[in-house]
Design a protein around this ligand. Structure first.
Ligand SMILES: [Zn+2]
Length: 604
């Protein structure tokens, strides 16, 4: 999902080059206290959803629903007596049919179905539930269905499918597929997940729209959007002989930004592996409201015409839809990657400097005291905090720099393959990327996902025509970790356009290193391209040994160096006093001898 309702001053003028600002704005504060969580009960972990078959009529005038859902599930162990589903209290359960059912009860937004005999491991149950009632508050991002003029759309993210359909409302349990039948007045065209199976005219002023999703799907990615839509079809030609439809459901002309996805589809298929729902389609359905979009599986719902937002939602088809976070604490695995895919699109279409400037614009804006790992998953705006978008994208950016391009993208493709259709947590990603990297990466995820704050680096350097000495010290702004470990690019430039970038590892509070070069450096810059989420300040201290910075190494430098050592060793109180150690108002060989003797005596 993606929001950008504020920072108008920034987005105007920079236009599509500027990453959108998501969440975190005044308009959302009122929602902060909203309790949306129907977080999974332990008992709900004892069974696995296999399939949902939905057959409902929606009345847009009364904003109500009636019909049925058939849920097929499988017991994960022996001894399960009750199946607990999520179903909002405003849904009236008319009857339930399920083999072996003893009875059912409905309270506290849960529907409990009791069986005469306990289920054995692997036993499947089919539960047919007839119901009617309301479809939620009608407010976007509060779950259920939103009605807006002559349009309506569902918005289940993160826990809102159970506002209009009994289900197990949690991202961790994806159904293997869905059969979707929705009846509406005949003026409506319904866009939904998967492939359209047909539109039946019921002869009573209504039509039934039938879609079938054959890929695994999470409840928060299921969607219907309905309006008097036009359908504009483009094609993604993914091989010499095969193509896939790209469908735009709009009530007017197709916004130009939608067409970005036609360019992005082959780019992302190259980087991440083939578009995950290539046997079905990719669609965008336009809805009223403004400033957000939602990555419904192969059927993105968008309230904005921004091209980069459509690119973001397309990126989610791999990260979020194909491979889905197991719970919202690891939501960055969805949002961080989708946001990073925007930068990758920039790189592929406009070049590497455009990529870096896009990333650089996301190097701020979140609460530095928070971690990317989400600790509060109760409210929707706690889950979808900007940190999982921007810092989540930066985590990818830094991981890519740490691993190198080929290992990074190769490991992403394998991660997407291994967990295709399934769920993940951060440690699943870590295991795959570490195996490609060939070395432990727990320090990386620990500091950037579970830690907070960022490093601030100060450096001093001095160079000659063959060697450069650099000392980098770091301070951290957060509570954990106390030290960030990272590879860091060091760019050296000399006269006549000489330039070289060397990579050093920063793994101490003060790290010193000696670089070998073959030209005389006139400038040194740390992390010139901005690969690390840190801030830098520093300066040249001059030629090696040229401690008084007069561009030549002479007797005064030697005396000064010796004085500096004494001063650092607390053998003297004042550097100025020490220069003329015998206090005869001139610096002579006697001074040097005395200084060296003091150093030698004290070094034991
Ligand atoms: Zn998103």
């Amino acid at each position: 999902m993606r929001f950008f309702l504020i920072i108008v001053l920034i987005t105007i003028g920079l236009g599509e080059s500027t990453p959108a600002i998501h969440c975190q704005n005044k308009q959302h504060v009122a929602h902060e206290q909203l309790i949306l969580s129907r977080d999974l009960l332990p008992e709900q972990n004892l069974y696995d959803i296999l399939y949902y078959a939905l057959d409902v009529s929606i009345n847009p005038t009364s904003e109500s629903i009636s019909g049925s859902v058939t849920i097929t599930l499988k017991s994960k162990g022996n001894g399960l007596n009750n199946i607990i589903l999520d179903a909002a209290n405003h849904l009236a359960i008319e009857n339930i049919t399920s083999p072996g059912m003893l009875g059912y009860s409905h309270s506290d937004d849960r529907l409990t179905i009791e069986y005469t005999n306990s289920l054995y491991e692997g036993e499947q149950k089919e539960i047919l539930i007839h119901y009617h009632g309301g479809t939620g508050s009608g407010v976007a991002w509060e779950g259920g269905i939103v009605y807006s003029g002559s349009q309506l759309y569902s918005l289940n993210c993160p826990y809102g499918m159970s506002d209009w359909i009994p289900c197990k409302d949690h991202p961790s349990d994806k159904a293997n597929g869905m059969d979707i039948k929705v009846t509406l007045p005949e003026s409506y065209v319904v866009a939904s997940n998967g492939t359209r199976s047909g539109i039946a005219d019921n002869g009573n002023g209504t039509r039934t729209h039938h879609w079938i999703e054959s890929y695994p799907i999470a409840t928060y990615l299921f969607n219907i959007s309905a309006a008097s839509y036009n359908e504009t079809i483009e094609y993604f030609q993914y091989s010499e002989t095969d193509s896939m439809p790209i469908i735009y459901f709009t009530t007017g002309t197709v916004p130009s930004g939608f067409h970005y996805v036609e360019t992005a589809l082959p780019i992302f298929s190259d980087l991440f592996g083939m578009y995950p729902f290539v046997d079905e389609k990719f669609a965008i359905n336009k809805v009223p409201s403004n400033g957000w979009a939602m990555e419904h599986q192969n059927n993105v719902t968008t309230a904005t015409t921004s091209g980069m937002t459509q690119v973001h939602e397309l990126g989610h088809q791999w990260f979020g839809d194909k491979v889905t976070t197991r719970d919202w604490q690891h939501g960055w695995l969805n949002e961080g990657f989708a946001t990073y895919s925007e930068a990758l699109y920039k790189e592929a279409t406009q070049g590497v400097s455009s990529y870096h400037s896009y990333m650089n614009q996301m190097k701020w804006g979140w609460d530095d005291n928070n971690s990317v790992f989400t600790t509060d998953t109760i409210g929707v705006w706690d889950i979808f905090d900007i940190i999982i978008y921007y810092k989540g994208a930066w985590v990818n950016h830094m991981l890519r720099h740490t691993m190198g391009d080929s290992l990074y993208f190769e490991s992403l493709r394998e991660y997407l393959d291994i967990y295709s259709g399934g769920n993940v947590v951060t440690e699943d990603l870590e295991a795959v990327v570490a195996s490609h990297y060939g070395s432990d990466l727990s320090w990386f995820f620990d500091q950037w996902i579970y830690g907070d704050g960022h490093p601030e680096y100060e450096f001093l350097w001095a160079g000659s025509s063959s060697k450069v000495k650099v000392e980098v010290s770091q301070q951290v702004t957060g509570s954990y970790p106390s030290l960030f470990i990272t590879p860091l690019d060091v760019r050296l430039r000399g006269a006549n356009g000489s330039e070289e970038i060397q990579v050093v590892w920063i793994d101490e509070h003060i790290t010193s290193f000696l670089l070998t070069i073959d030209f005389h450096p006139t400038s040194l810059t740390l992390d010139p391209n901005g690969w690390v989420l840190g801030y830098y300040s520093g300066s040249e201290v001059g030629l090696l040994g040229d401690i008084n910075l007069d561009n030549q190494v002479n007797i005064l430098d030697i005396i000064g160096t010796a004085n500096y050592i004494l001063y650092q060793s607390e053998l003297a109180e004042d550097q100025l006093f020490l220069t003329d150690i015998d206090s005869d108002n001139t610096i002579t060989i006697i001074d040097i001898i005395q200084i060296v003797n003091i150093i030698l005596n004290n070094s034991g």
